[in-house]
Ligand binder design. Structure first.
Ligand code: NAG
Ligand code: NAG
Length: 345
């Protein structure tokens, strides 16, 4: 564009000075080539020469520009390729970065978890150490010890015989604290400990004959009544604690000589349930009707009772003239019971 303007300016200058005419001049093909009309050379003046030189320079410049243009085109193509490559690299590395950052995100979540766990552990260990220092007797396990391991935790260190809490009773164990806790010799079971929170046993007797049917048999003589579980006036034993109880009854049945239907049945009741019966009859071989006949009648029972359960004896039935016999200071009829083992819960 600059070159064309120079040409036009020069041309206009020549025309104005009257040295060239409009007919002899052709506008050069815009913008790179300049052609002069043949007739123009006929003129011989400085303006023409100048114009010719300028034209020559223009040709040269045109060639240069062509070369530059080619180079520019090549450069442009190369740049484009580079740009495409660069964008490609950018996209690839962005993708890679995303992938990596996703992985590192997961990793950082895991690290956070681990960090939280480690912090909890540190707090726990610190608390344990603090407890240990505060209480040289060991740690609080929050319940009664039920094994040598528990005893070790609460602070026992010397081997020996110990009592531990079993499922329903106290147990005696030998703890060897010189052994590892997982060693079979660390704890040796020896047996149960007889613990009775309320000692319970009784031995009662009758001091007179008794023949009432369907009511608990009362007793008059009390030889022992520890724990006062046996009410002699009512004849009802009430279990003070859940556990296993033993009961034994022995009585003497008297069959008067006049008795016709000669039998006697005694029953042991737990609450309203008949637990045991004992039955006796006048011997059929008994020939003399002039004398009374006597037979022993007994009942034994070992019962698991719940606290508050009632146990008593009753005459269920008897023939006419038949009674559970006793007399002053004869002690024919007995009832005894005792707590064998108490349930500890
Ligand atoms: C007890 O555990 C320890 C590791 O705590 C082990 O080396 C040993 O063999 C274990 N002993 C028994 C009897 O299992
Ligand atoms: C047993 O009965 C006799 C005669 O009735 C009486 O004297 C005695 O005191 C009674 N014994 C007891 C321990 O109640």
């Amino acid at each position: 564009m600059k070159i064309s303007l120079v040409t036009i300016v020069l041309t206009v200058a020549c025309v104005v000075s009257g040295q060239i005419g409009w007919n002899y001049y052709q506008v050069p093909s815009f913008p790179y080539s300049v052609e002069l009309a043949d007739g123009f050379r006929k003129e011989d003046n400085s303006c023409f020469r100048e114009l010719k030189a300028t034209s020559q320079r223009l040709r040269e410049a045109t060639v240069d520009i062509g070369i530059i243009k080619g180079k520019l085109n090549a450069l442009e193509k190369k740049s484009l390729r580079l740009a495409v490559q660069m964008v490609g690299n950018q996209v690839w590395s962005t993708a890679k970065f995303d992938e990596t950052s996703q992985q590192s995100k997961e990793m950082s979540y895991r690290l956070e978890d681990t960090k939280a766990m480690v912090l909890n552990l540190i707090v726990y260990v610190k608390e344990m150490l603090a407890n240990k220092m505060e209480d040289s007797n060991g740690i609080d396990i929050g319940r009664m010890p039920s094994s040598c391991t528990d005893l070790a935790l609460v602070g026992h260190t010397k081997s020996g015989l110990y009592c531990v809490m079993g499922s329903k009773s106290i147990e005696t164990v030998y703890c060897d604290f010189t052994k590892q806790m997982n060693d079979s010799d660390f704890q040796k079971f020896l047996g149960y400990v007889d613990v009775k929170s309320t000692p319970t046993f009784f031995h009662v007797q009758k001091n007179a004959s008794f023949s009432f049917v369907g009511v608990p048999i009362p007793f008059e003589i009390v030889n022992a009544n520890s724990g006062r579980a046996m009410n002699v006036a009512t004849g009802i034993f009430t279990a003070p604690r859940s556990g296993t109880y033993y009961f034994s009854f022995a009585g003497l049945a008297q069959f008067q000589s006049s008795s016709n239907s000669a039998d006697l049945e005694i029953r042991l009741f737990l609450n309203d349930v008949r637990i045991a019966s004992s039955y006796t009859t006048k011997a059929s071989s008994w020939s003399s009707t002039s004398n009374d006949k006597f037979n022993q009648i007994t009942l034994q029972s070992t019962l698991n009772l719940k606290e508050g359960d009632d146990v008593w004896l009753e005459i269920y039935s008897h023939g006419i003239g038949v009674s559970l016999h006793d007399a002053a200071d004869w002690h024919h009829t007995h009832f005894t019971g005792l707590l064998v083992e108490e349930d500890l819960v």
